[in-house]
Design a protein around this ligand. Structure first.
Ligand code: LLP
Length: 861
């Protein structure tokens, strides 16, 4: 039944989606579903069966025409059999047309109009058999010839070839177009992608990405409700999942961003196909035929665009042409002279960088036919006016997203990563949508996962924006280890009662501390376990971890005093002292207490020989590289103040020997919240090298730094994998005891910060929930852009249907716990709010700034 004035939904299916019977069943199901749910009419646009267009292209080259045609006939016959269709009844005429084309007089000269007709046969065959099959399954499907509806346009400067084999189509139609199209009697229609009508009445084809583009043209002309591109991937991702398994599905993009992502890397959608929908304001969606339940990527004109990097991509095979001229400065027409030469060789320039004496441009191989010959000829021509250097092969790494310029301050990690390589060219697009770095292909290898992680850590890629960022690839593939269920929902009543006694208040759950301690205790490669008490020095936490067999690691005399106040009987041998730039009396006091002191510079030995003479010491070494969840917690490498430079180890050993100091341990801690798998085993390996050289070392201490999953869909640290890596490397260097000293891992998830809502305010469209404490109680979001889950504990059962910035009462604009946090829209002053995973570096970093009181602390068993 066709109702008057119903709108259309356009569904496009590619080659793999039309080559199996079960896939056609899916097409029928999806079309019927759209018709019912959207109360719309459905137009299905299809590609040729997979591989068929390649065969037709070979025919167009005049290569083995009769044999290829017969093979194609056979292929379609076999598929008809699979579909239980009578091949001659359904496709007889099409087979005859195909054979006739093989014998056509135009075939000899490979005439362009003949080629277009040949190429069109694939879609004509697939759509015809598809219509027959869908009808046989009871669907109300009609067939139409796309050439009756899509008209090719000829563009100025277009070659004969592109006017026939890579055409654009009319985007505007007369007022009656929709009416005429809708007058076709069946509720659902199937048509061909890729083909259109040439103005001479014969066939033209759309070229690469043609079927998607056809669907988009139909969508635009019909003012469709939506155009859905059904493929075999879940949508567009924040990076190519093959390189970056942690890439996120991009669930919502605006046209310009999608276009940019399609242009700079993602193969999911041809960039050409966005234009017609964008022009007509028709929303698009990319969806996965095998997994229709996934959200896919929706593309439309977003009203409130979220600034941030949405994707990172890499293109290979980039050619750079660097042109050096002495006389370029203020010389009129130099650029015009060089670009004229590019034009002469049919080369289109992509990126460009200029200085007083140099212009460097890039040639993108996907837009150009860049052969050695062409480059040689181009160079020869350019040599007439400048010195030329061709640099290849290069890779272009591009960050795409709205408002890149407003994010530069968050890109320091990205710049640092590039800083390690030689970057030939940096280009920032004038539409503020992309930032591209061009470097040697070999140097770009392995960079994408690092950059992707950097972008997330720095907040430049705002993956917590659920509107835009969906699940990661590994999660979709079922490869993600689930985050453990937090303890606090089950303790809600107790927490609310504690909050009743006053907020702000930290609460630590000791069973969780114990659980984490036992996880680490189970790792047999580790001989000594210390807890870095700077993460949380609450007495109950210290007692719990010591009971679990942990020693304690301190960084100040204050921490040492805390330890022995709480645990007066703790043997000093279970305590480490690892200060940074401490005054001499702290070292002296620590040595007097009998704890193990770690030193990280020669100068201290030289200046205070009396303090250290005759003692055993551990030596902290900077292994020259660092890592961590934020630049501010990276503690290795040249820029870091920690550790003895590797080049000065011999000097330290000599100075120590002169003072009768024995070096019994070597230590490194190169960062906190490290996600890199190989980090610790590499450290162990490197430290073992130093230990051998020194000769007296018994213990290798590889520090802390283990991460925890703060974000909703962050993955827990893979302890098994970590343990395995350590065991392997320990087997290589069995002579040493292995020590670790994590902080965060043991206590972060055990702690929550409870606060009370003070005010709920709207300003310029932003809704804010104010709390009775802020960055003075928990500074991590302000200092590191750290993400903590925030819940309205009072209204845990209500839907989190509002988006609020959660802020504190401190007079700093960085006093924000989280942007666009999902909370119930009913959130009111007086509600108790919980900030999760605050057990590490929460209270220990708190201050009384603005003379706000420190939070209270409680533990629960
Ligand atoms: N050992 C030494 C020498 C350290 O400096 C640290 C931490 C650790 C061990 C423990 O690292 P963990 O396992 O907790 O990552 N305030 C920052 C973290 C600073 C870490 C400082 N040093 C944050 O809130 O993320």
């Amino acid at each position: 039944m066709v109702a008057e004035g119903q709108r259309w939904v356009v569904l496009k299916f590619g080659g793999t989606s039309v080559s199996r019977r079960n896939r056609w069943d899916t097409i029928g199901r999806l079309a019927a579903k759209r018709m019912a749910e959207d109360e719309a009419r459905v137009l299905v646009v299809v590609s040729a069966l997979s591989g068929v267009t390649n065969e037709l292209t070979a025919i167009c080259a005049g290569d083995g025409i009769p044999a290829r045609i017969e093979a194609l006939v056979e292929r379609h016959r076999a598929f008809c059999a699979e579909l239980e269709l009578d091949a001659d009844g359904v496709l007889g005429e099409r087979f005859a047309a195909l054979r006739a084309l093989g014998k056509d007089v135009r075939a000899g000269a490979l005439a362009l109009d003949w080629q277009a007709e040949v190429l069109a046969q694939g879609e004509l065959l697939s759509s015809t058999l598809g219509a027959a099959y869908l009808r046989s399954q009871g669907h109300d499907f009609g067939w139409c010839d796309a050439r009756d509806w899509l008209d090719a346009v000829s563009l100025p400067n277009a070659s004969e070839w592109s006017q026939r084999l890579s055409v654009n189509c009319q985007r505007e139609a007369d007022a009656a177009f929709v009416e005429r199209f809708s007058a076709q009697p069946t509720a659902m229609l199937i048509t061909q992608g890729f083909i259109a009508r040439h103005r001479d009445g014969r066939t033209a084809v759309l070229g690469r990405g043609g079927s998607d583009t056809s669907a988009a043209y139909f969508g635009g002309l019909l003012k469709a409700k939506r155009v859905e591109i059904w493929t075999d991937v879940p949508g567009m991702f924040s990076a190519n999942p093959r390189d970056v398994p942690d890439a996120r599905l991009l669930t919502r993009l605006d046209y310009a961003e999608a276009q940019e992502i399609a242009t700079t890397g993602a193969k999911v959608l041809h960039p050409r196909s966005l234009g017609p929908c964008r022009h007509a304001g028709v929303p698009m969606a990319i969806l996965d035929t095998e997994r229709p339940e996934l959200p896919g990527t929706r593309i439309d004109a977003l009203a409130d665009v979220i600034p941030g990097v949405k994707a990172i991509s890499r293109r290979n095979g980039i050619v750079l042409v660097s042109m050096e001229s002495v006389g370029m400065w203020q010389s009129v027409g130099f650029l015009s002279d060089i670009f004229e030469r590019f034009k002469r060789h049919g080369l289109s320039v992509d990126l460009i960088g200029t200085s007083e004496t140099n212009v460097t441009v890039s040639l993108d191989p996907s837009e150009n036919l860049v052969s050695t010959n062409v480059l040689e000829e181009l160079s020869a021509d350019l040599e007439e006016i400048c010195r030329v250097r061709i640099i290849l092969p290069c890779a272009a790494i591009t960050l795409v997203g709205r408002g890149i310029r407003s994010l530069l301050h968050k890109l320091s990690g990205v710049w640092a990563t590039f800083g390690k390589e030689r970057v030939h060219l940096i280009s920032q697009s004038s539409n503020d949508l992309n930032l591209t770095f061009v470097l040697d292909e070999a140097d770009a290898d392995g960079m994408l996962p690092l950059l992707h992680a950097d972008l997330i850590d720095s907040g430049a890629m705002p993956v917590h924006e659920a509107q835009v960022f969906g699940p990661r690839w590994r999660e979709i593939e079922g490869q993600l280890r689930p985050k453990p269920t937090p303890w606090w929902p089950a303790e809600r009543e107790r927490l609310l009662a504690l909050a009743g006694a006053g907020t702000p208040r930290y609460v630590y759950h000791l069973p969780t501390v114990r659980e984490r301690a036992r996880q680490l205790a189970g790792i047999t490669a580790v001989d000594r376990r210390y807890y870095a008490i700077k993460a949380n020095s609450h007495p109950a936490v210290l007692r719990t971890l010591v009971e679990e067999g942990f020693g304690l690691e301190c960084v100040s005399l204050g921490e040492l005093r805390r330890v022995f106040e709480v645990l007066p009987d703790l043997p000093p041998s279970r305590v480490l002292f690892t200060p940074s730039f401490a005054p001499s009396d702290e070292y002296a006091a620590a040595l007097a207490l009998g704890v193990t002191v770690t030193l990280d510079n020669v100068e201290a030995l030289q200046r205070w020989p009396g303090v250290f003479r005759g003692h055993n010491l551990w030596l902290r070494i900077d292994l020259g590289h660092g890592d961590g969840h934020h630049e501010k917690v990276t503690t290795g490498g040249k820029k870091s103040k920690f550790g003895l430079a590797a080049a000065r180890v011999d000097e330290f050993v000599d100075a120590a020997r002169a003072l009768d100091v024995r070096i019994t341990g070597v230590h490194a801690h190169l960062g906190s919240g490290v996600e890199t798998r190989a980090h610790w085993r590499q450290m162990y390996d490197e430290l073992a090298g130093f230990a051998r050289r020194i000769g007296t070392v018994q213990v290798l201490d590889i520090g802390g730094g283990l991460p925890i999953p703060y974000g909703q869909d962050d993955e827990p640290f893979d302890l098994d994998d970590w343990a395995e890596g350590l065991a392997e490397i320990k087997a290589v260097h069995p002579a040493f005891e292995l020590a670790i000293e994590p902080g965060r891992f043991l206590v972060a998830e055990a702690g929550v910060l409870l606060a009370s809502t003070t005010q709920v305010v709207e300003k310029d469209g932003v809704h804010r929930v104010g709390l009775d404490t802020g960055m003075n109680a928990l500074i991590r979001p302000a200092l590191y852009d750290a993400w903590h889950e925030i819940k309205n504990l009072q209204r845990l059962d209500e839907a989190a249907d509002g988006a609020f910035d959660v802020v504190g009462p401190i007079c700093e604009s960085s006093d924000v716990f989280g942007h666009r946090v999902r909370l119930p829209s009913t959130t009111t002053p007086g509600d108790c709010v919980l900030i999760a995973d605050a057990g590490a570096y929460g209270f220990t970093m708190a201050s009384t700034y603005n003379l706000r009181a420190l939070p209270a602390e409680d533990v629960i068993e």
